[in-house]
Design a protein around this ligand. Structure first.
Ligand code: BES
Ligand code: ZN
Length: 900
């Protein structure tokens, strides 16, 4: 058995690098079956280190063939250094250098085989395109280097390749020269120079036969920037949306953060095979095609919004990540949490703020809360890791973004902007820590954030238990607040957090009451932020004329579980009256969740199941409102009318009964559909206009509402609505409507729908088989089908001509969708879903460990399920763990998730 501890890296062991690399000169010679890399690195002892420069040089390197190694021009023989799987060490450095203790040049010749690189880290080939992915530790697969983010260097890169096959040769920075190879005119070269120092994880190279969509952006100081999106020729018609998103993001960052772009050119390249969504390499972002390409006929609205968000996210990294980078990978949230916060605010400004908030919080609560409650729980700034790739998590990203959001709420808009200005200016060109970020916020605002810092170091989701009490005689309303945080692996007995609790009080007419706390002379306002920073605390409000309904944790002001004993009437009331749109949605979710739980109990005790009128009234009220012109934001309505997802229902209880959650939820959805058929029909009709297709947020909202109504109507099961749905499938001119109809058909139990679904799936594939991203959606609808027998369907699809196990998009569409989103299918009582996932993880781990480890997540959630399922899930985790050749990535996950 491997020693987990020996394989672990700890934050407490951080030491500054012994050397810096001032300049990095790279030359790549690209051939069909290999690539030759020459790196010339100028080293200097690091002044910033407390320790004297050592007499040995150790560089990272992985799966490299070392051809030559020179120091200060002198060739090293193989007995002058030693190598292992991950590094090379040159001892006796002083004897080798021209000027010991000063700068020296190391020249490294390596040979690599990108064509055989299936892990998609380092330099690899995606179909015919050479491309790179160096974050977090991929650069060591290109050459020997100090592959750590606190080593920042000036890069110059020359790429040489065959002209015909690779007319486009790209790297970071500005193009400073190009030409034809004098000895071989079939080959050409281009040299790129990046004037900004950067860590090697931001290095990128692309070579291929690509076309580009070009545009320009003039920055606030008048600099002209060339914008280019490189894709295969067939995809040129799918780049406009990404380009528009990029220009919007550039303008937004100037306006909201005062951040200007800094190079002559900004390039985006799209490739099919990519482990992640996209990567922010300096001046040369590399994207998964799924996060760039968008066009109405092939792309659904949610994918349009994803493209906008990802393009913005990677652009924003130019400041939050590149100009100011991370000292070490424990600081990952410094760039990722902050940048997710920035991109979510951008999306909020581009569309509907409340809807964006609802979507983000829904995701956080179902996915991040689950991670925080499981065996992989870690703090926003983790203390240790075995494999850093496993720490690009929803905790580091989404909870990290929530932490920055809380800072912006606590500081207020003006101070927060002062804080970010100070942070960017103070640390420009540096590799820093989350502590440096908080310090800048503290220095700029004068607000003491000592207790707030615990959000970075303590894992787990805090629980706020709140009890309200009204004393009519005193006209006082009090909130008794208690906070706690569950133990997480390696962390018991947490200290209290500093939690911003945004709230208001509503009177019986839904009017907001002025909020005056004890010891205050006057009421500040009707909406305020209380600071909860002790284990128990009491807030007493004065001059409260009647018993109020409190609206708590408005806009989800902190990532906590809120426990307040609302009656159903209170929830209904908040759903109708709260001035905070987010809390209106939240009340609707709580109301529906409570009713679903009651129905589960009825089913368990074999008593009669009925949907309480309060829910029907709530839904019909919302439907009536949307039928009146301009009453409410349609996207918001669509969210208000959506029952809590199975994922969120599972998340809300200690031990989830997947089957009964599913049945109760289905029962209610079907009952609502039957009860409110007329209204859903009216909403469907009213929003089915054939206006020319647009992707502005209003049009997207209209389609969301229409398709929500359609989904309810198809539940009724009558041929009328099934046929109507089929007509929409056949006649749709955009992917959103077509997919929505297909999804309804595939999930309906009506006999007619079952027949139509099979025919439609076939027709859909025949129509779209040449569009890989559409085929991904086709895999997804089938993998998320809630009817019996989906697992065997998924197994069959693994053999389909369009399925490629080496393409991450395909794997995620089919396998992750089934295991991660299809609860009823994956958690089938037979345990076959678990075995299926374990088989796939073992298979994929042999060639792409990152994807294999990510796929495993659903099995690590075993704690949530009944003892029988827990034991079957454990069996599969142990089976994986018993495998001898596991990657570090998968090993870490199974090691932490298995008991005994
Ligand atoms: N820096 C990451 C990409 C990355 C992650 C590279 C992990 C290597 C390992 C990038 O900025 C990112 O966060 N991308 C996200 C999308 C974003 C909108 C949150 C992704 O790829 O999913
Ligand atoms: Zn990022």
């Amino acid at each position: 058995m491997r020693d987990s501890q020996a394989r672990t890296t700890y934050l407490k062991d951080y030491r500054p690098p012994p050397f810096t690399i001032e300049t990095t000169d790279l030359e790549f010679n690209l051939y069909e079956d290999h690539v030759l890399v020459v790196a010339k690195l100028l080293f200097k002892p690091n002044d910033g280190s407390d320790e004297p420069a050592p007499n040995a040089l150790t560089l990272h390197g992985h799966e490299l063939e070392l051809r030559r190694l020179l120091i200060d021009g002198k060739n090293l023989e193989s007995d002058q250094f030693f190598k292992d799987d991950d590094s090379i060490t040159i001892p006796g450095l002083s004897g080798l250098l021209e000027k010991p203790q000063q700068q020296f040049i190391v020249e490294i010749h390596t040979r690599i085989e990108p064509q055989k690189n299936t892990a998609l880290e380092g330099l690899y080939k995606s179909k015919k395109i050479f491309c790179t992915q160096c974050e977090a530790e991929g650069f060591r697969r290109i050459t020997y280097y100090l592959d750590r983010p606190d080593v920042m260097s000036r890069f110059t890169t020359t790429i040489k390749a065959e002209r015909q096959k690779y007319p486009v040769l790209l790297s970071n920075g500005n193009n400073i020269g190009s030409g034809i190879d004098e000895k071989n005119p079939d080959r050409h070269w281009v040299t790129w120079e990046d004037p900004f120092k950067k860590p090697c994880y931001l290095f990128a190279l692309v070579a291929g036969d690509l076309e580009s969509l070009d545009d320009t952006f003039v920055t606030c100081s008048g600099q002209k920037v060339k914008l280019q999106i490189f894709v295969e020729e067939k995809d040129l018609d799918k780049c406009d949306h990404a380009m528009l998103s990029l220009k919007n993001a550039m303008a937004w960052d100037e306006e909201v953060y005062g951040r200007e772009y800094d190079l002559e050119v900004y390039m985006i390249v799209a490739v099919d095979d990519f482990n992640m969504g996209a990567m922010e390499n300096k001046g040369l972002n590399i994207f998964n095609t799924s996060c760039v390409l968008a066009n109405p006929s092939t792309t659904s609205d949610s994918a349009f919004q994803r493209v906008e968000g990802v393009v913005a996210h990677e652009y924003f990294h130019n400041w939050s990540g590149n100009r100011v980078t991370c000292r070490d990978w424990f600081q990952l949230s410094l760039k990722e949490g902050f940048t997710v916060f920035r991109d979510s605010e951008f999306s909020a400004d581009m569309g509907s703020r409340t809807v964006k908030r609802v979507e983000d919080v829904n995701f956080l609560k179902t996915v991040q809360f689950a991670e925080d409650a499981g065996p992989m729980a870690h703090s926003v700034r983790p203390d240790s890791y075995m494999e850093i790739s496993n720490f690009y998590t929803v905790t580091v990203y989404e909870k990290g973004a929530e932490v920055v959001r809380m800072l912006s709420l606590i500081l207020g808009q003006e101070n927060f902007r002062k804080g970010t200005n100070l942070y960017f200016n103070r640390h420009d060109g540096q590799a820093v820590t989350t502590e440096d970020f908080v310090k800048a916020m503290e220095d700029a605002s004068g607000i003491d954030l000592s207790q707030f810092r615990r959000w970075y170091s303590q894992a787990g989701t805090p629980v706020l238990n709140i009890i309200g009490n009204y004393e009519a005689g005193k006209k006082q309303y009090s909130l008794k607040v208690q906070q706690s945080c569950p133990d997480t692996p390696g962390q018991n007995n947490k200290l209290p957090f500093s939690i911003p609790l945004r709230m208001g009080l509503l009177n019986k007419n839904g009017i907001e009451l002025p909020l005056r706390l004890k010891d205050e002379k006057v009421a500040e306002s009707t909406d305020r932020v209380l600071t909860v920073n002790q284990e128990t605390q009491q807030f007493v409000f004065l001059d409260v004329p009647e018993r109020p309904v409190p609206s708590l944790l408005r806009s989800f002001s902190a990532p906590v579980r809120l426990d307040f004993d609302y009656s159903r009437e209170d929830l209904y009331f908040l759903m109708v009256h709260d001035s905070d749109g987010f809390n209106r949605w939240n009340a609707a979710q709580l109301l529906a969740s409570d009713i679903i739980r009651e129905l589960q109990n009825c089913a368990a005790s074999n008593s009669l199941q009925i949907v309480p009128p309060i829910l029907i009234n709530a839904y019909s009220g919302v439907l009536d409102a949307v039928l009146k012109p301009n009453e409410l934001d349609k996207a918001m309505i669509a969210h208000l009318l959506l029952l809590p997802s199975e994922g969120s229902l599972i998340e809300q209880v200690e031990i989830a009964n997947v089957d009964s959650i599913f049945s109760a939820r289905e029962f209610i959805a079907n009952a609502l559909a039957k009860e409110l058929e007329d209204r859903f029909a009216a909403v469907f009709e009213a929003n089915s206009s054939d206006n020319p297709f647009k992707t502005d947020s209003g049009s997207i909202a209209q389609r969301a509402l229409k398709n929500l109504a359609l989904a309810y109507l198809v539940r009724i099961g009558s041929d009328y609505w099934v046929e109507c749905c089929f007509r929409q499938f056949e006649e749709a001119t955009n992917m959103t409507d077509q997919m929505a109809a297909l999804r309804c058909l595939v999930n309906s139990d009506s006999k007619l729908a079952i027949d139509l679904a099979n025919a439609s799936l076939k027709a859909f594939y025949d129509k779209w088989k040449d569009e890989p991203l559409v085929v991904d959606q086709w895999f997804m609808v089938q993998a998320s089908c809630q009817r019996e027998g989906t697992l065997s369907q998924v197994k069959e699809l693994l053999q389909h001509e369009a399925f490629e196990i080496r393409n991450p998009n395909k794997v995620l569409s089919l396998i992750r969708t089934f295991c991660g989103q299809n609860y009823i299918g994956f958690h089938h009582a037979s345990g076959e879903g678990y075995e299926f996932l374990a088989d796939r993880v073992l298979e994929i781990d042999t060639f792409n460990p990152q994807i294999a480890a990510r796929l495993l997540a659903p099995l690590t959630r075993w704690k949530k399920f009944d003892p029988k399922r827990q034991s079957m899930m454990q069996t599969q985790l142990r089976r994986i763990k018993a495998e001898t050749n596991l990657s570090k990535d998968v090993f870490e996950v199974v090691d932490k998730s298995t008991i005994n």
